[in-house]
Design a protein around this ligand. Structure first.
Ligand code: TRP
Length: 472
């Protein structure tokens, strides 16, 4: 395989005969690193608040169907492009001998990555600052307060956190500094080591959280909200949000999974990895929902209270149990780590491109990108204060960047990827790559994947798109 413009450094890389690109070291690390990209603020922050805003169970069901019929096939396709070409998301299309027009997917991916990072790093800053607040013991007095006082105090805490002038910017800067340092250390050293050890711990902590929430008096109401399907609440914008969330959650539609796939080993079963990652990620989201909604109903909060939902509920989950504060510290520390690994995977897309195609050193690419994100990110850092009052299309910068990336760019990227792999790649090539050069006996599964990719995923995506634009 010829690798155009691949100038990655060779130290501590695993080098196979045909390439000089780093790869993850084993199947398990591939799984955890990919899950580390998928699991992030999307699970613990975005999923619960979107479920709350979009009426509960029906949204969850549509989300799940989107994961199965669109998310998994698109993820397999991204892995296919990445591992086959072992290159970044722009060069990949050249190596596949596709018309240069397809490179547009790659460039659009860079834009999505930046747009997401603008607001994601803001929320990352909130989560870091909550870890710090919990460490300082800011929530320890909740145990002595009545239900309504406690929830009032927690809500005020959130408003002061996001409403400050300098502190949100400083926290966001710290987040960017951390991800920059890890990215400069390199994919294998940086990403692999962190995700492998900490993902399982986060998972266990979420289980503890949910178990505690299930003992609250509002547990039944919370679970009903989360899992009882009521289609009367569904309209086209609910469907588009669920679909957008599936892309956002699984890090799809902008080349993250192409880039990660390019670091996979040759013997990895791409279809299995996709299915395992998608289902584990959904499980983590469900656990976050189970931890949060019982609190909402026990403490009389509004399910549709928006981006503050996570911050207004979790401190209450742990408020009246032994070692509650330690668990709270652990929760926000691990969430900070989950947010960090997800951001790393987002930024890796333009970093890989700039360092490989423009001959800019990895270190410099990281610094340039973090600088841009920090600068533009300041506009989103103040969703409720300074810049929050500037509205474009009736949305402040925070919501605008989120809407354009999650609800438009990612699904559009996914649609193009599905069309490209479904219609412009020869079926034999797909069979060969997904069966690891015919060493796996999975031609039937590949057949199902290929059918869904050609006839179901793009159609559903198109219908949802056109419908939300009011065309059908
Ligand atoms: N999936 C991550 C989350 O849920 C966010 C994320 C990481 C992402 N990489 C991405 C979203 C690429 C879209 C595209 O928090």
């Amino acid at each position: 395989m010829i690798l155009g413009g691949n100038k990655m450094k060779k130290d501590n890389n695993i080098i196979t005969e045909s390439q000089t690109r780093e790869t993850f070291s084993s199947g398990l690390t591939i799984f955890f690193a990919t899950l580390g990209s998928a699991v992030g603020l999307g699970n613990i922050w975005k999923f619960p608040y979107l479920v709350g805003e979009n009426g509960g169970g029906a949204f969850v069901l549509i989300y799940f169907v989107s994961v199965l019929l669109i998310g998994i096939p698109v993820m397999v396709s991204e892995f296919y492009i990445g591992r086959k070409t072992r290159s970044n998301v722009v060069t990949a299309f050249t190596l596949l001998k596709a018309s240069p027009i397809w490179k547009f997917i790659g460039y659009m991916g860079m834009v999505s990555s930046m747009f997401i990072l603008f607001f994601y790093s803001t929320v990352g800053g909130w989560v870091y600052s909550y870890a710090f607040k919990a460490l300082k013991g800011d929530f320890t007095n909740l145990a002595t307060l009545s239900i309504s006082n406690a929830s009032q105090i927690v809500e005020n805490q959130f408003l002061t956190t996001v409403g400050g002038v300098y502190s949100p910017i400083i926290w966001q800067g710290l987040v960017l500094l951390v991800i920059s340092l890890i990215l400069i250390a390199g994919v294998k050293n940086g990403i692999e080591r962190i995700t492998k050890t900490l993902m399982p711990v986060l998972f266990i902590l979420l289980i503890l959280c949910s178990l505690r929430a299930l003992t609250l008096s509002g547990a039944k109401a919370g679970l009903d909200f989360l899992f009882k399907v009521d289609f009367s609440k569904v309209n086209s914008s609910v469907i588009l949000s669920a679909l957008g969330l599936a892309f956002f959650k699984l890090s799809l539609g902008m080349g993250t999974m192409v880039t990660y796939g390019s670091y996979f080993t040759d013997d990895n079963n791409l279809i299995h990895t996709s299915a395992k990652v998608a289902l584990s990620d959904t499980l983590v989201s469900a656990l976050a929902g189970i931890a949060i909604f019982p609190v909402v109903f026990t403490f009389g909060l509004a399910p549709d209270s928006g981006p503050g939902l996570l911050f207004n509920t979790i401190p209450l989950v742990f408020s009246k149990i032994p070692f509650g504060n330690i668990l709270l510290i652990a929760f926000f520390l691990l969430s900070s780590i989950a947010a960090t690994t997800a951001m790393i995977s987002m930024m890796e897309v333009p970093v890989a491109f700039m360092s490989e195609n423009w001959d800019i050193k990895r270190k410099h690419s990281v610094m340039i990108l973090s600088g841009i994100i920090f600068f533009v990110g300041v506009f989103t850092t103040h969703p409720t204060s300074i810049f929050g009052n500037i509205l474009i299309f009736n949305k402040n910068f925070f919501d605008l960047f989120d809407f354009i990336s999650s609800n438009i760019l990612l699904p559009a990227g996914g649609l193009l990827i599905a069309i490209f792999v479904g219609y412009f790649v020869k079926k034999e090539d797909i069979l060969k790559e997904l069966s690891n050069n015919h060493t796996l006996d999975n031609s039937q599964t590949i057949g199902i994947y290929h059918f869904v990719l050609r006839y179901i995923s793009p159609l559903l995506l198109l219908i949802v798109f056109l419908n939300s634009l009011g065309i059908i």
